[in-house]
Design a binder for this molecule. Sequence first.
Ligand code: AMP
Ligand code: MN
Ligand code: MN
Length: 339
Amino acid sequence: MSDSTTTIENATFEQLGEVFRTHSSFLLLSHVRPDGDAIGSQLALGFSLLAMGKAVWFVNEDGLPENLAFLAGSDRVTLPPSEPLDVEVAVALDTATKPRLGDAALHAASKARLWLNIDHHISNPKYGDLNLIDATSPATGQILYDLITSLDMPLPPETRDAIYVAVSTDTGSFQYPSTTARTYEMAADLTRRGLDVGTINSKTYDDHPYRRLELMRALLNTLERSEDGVLAHWELLDRTRIELALRPEDSEGLIDVIRAIRGVQLAVFFEELPDGKIRVSMRSKDKRLDVCKIALEFGGGGHALAAGIRMKGPLAEAKQRVLDAIRRRVDEVKASETI
Ligand code: AMP
Ligand code: MN
Ligand code: MN
């Protein structure tokens, strides 16, 4: 594996194309608690490789979330098998650090001789044998679109729809500042290739289970805002998860509700996990309040405006530590300029 202390060059598209051409079996992996970009990237690359006649496995530590089961081909995504798979190449997609693939998924991949790492997290230490990390890309799905189209690889409907959902979900429906002209050009091209925009958007955004709204009500009851109005946070207790029979994907995107409050520059979602750890999700509206840097202080990672941490509990302690670190940074920025 690569040493993260040295600067590692990105692989070229041609080098990756060579790997795809000259190998016949691939295990595609993505991060724990997979989101649209994680599963979408697996399906996008996987169905292109299947169309090239390759053998492909789609594995995720936590399996397929219910909210992404509408994606064509998503039934191929499985939990990790207990025995390592006989594959030549493992591909980590949308995964900032190798441990975020999960222990069981890493065990399933342990026979792979070559690791590819394709991602857009700025904190990614390039842990693959070949790495393609583009922190300017709004989603791993967009990197794959560029890769697949420039290498002239097949782009079947499963790949087309998966790329669209990957990019749409990671850009908050093409709204975040990471969205570029290239992103819209890509969406236009996918639409020309037959993507059904209305149907896919309504399956992605207008088909929530009722319990998601019950969760939102519970979260709103915990909402707090700092005196200066810059910071808003809410929390999900393990007890609430059990009471409402929640699934991990139910909270996906809800942090945008408090991020959208006028005056709020930084939003935080604290969640008690069943294993006693605390999941912290952070969003910023101001590049000077770089939440990736704050996350790195606690062993997490992500992007400047969206980052996460998994840390030791209990909740009250984790909250205090993270909120203190955030407050220090907010005060530094305030001292330098007005926000
Ligand atoms: P989330 O708040 O879970 O939606 O994550 C925001 C961004 O930070 C995503 O791009 C995640 O992949 C990344 N991220 C979340 N948690 C972690 C973590 N513990 N370590 C590294 N990256 C993370
Ligand atoms: Mn992701
Ligand atoms: Mn992503």
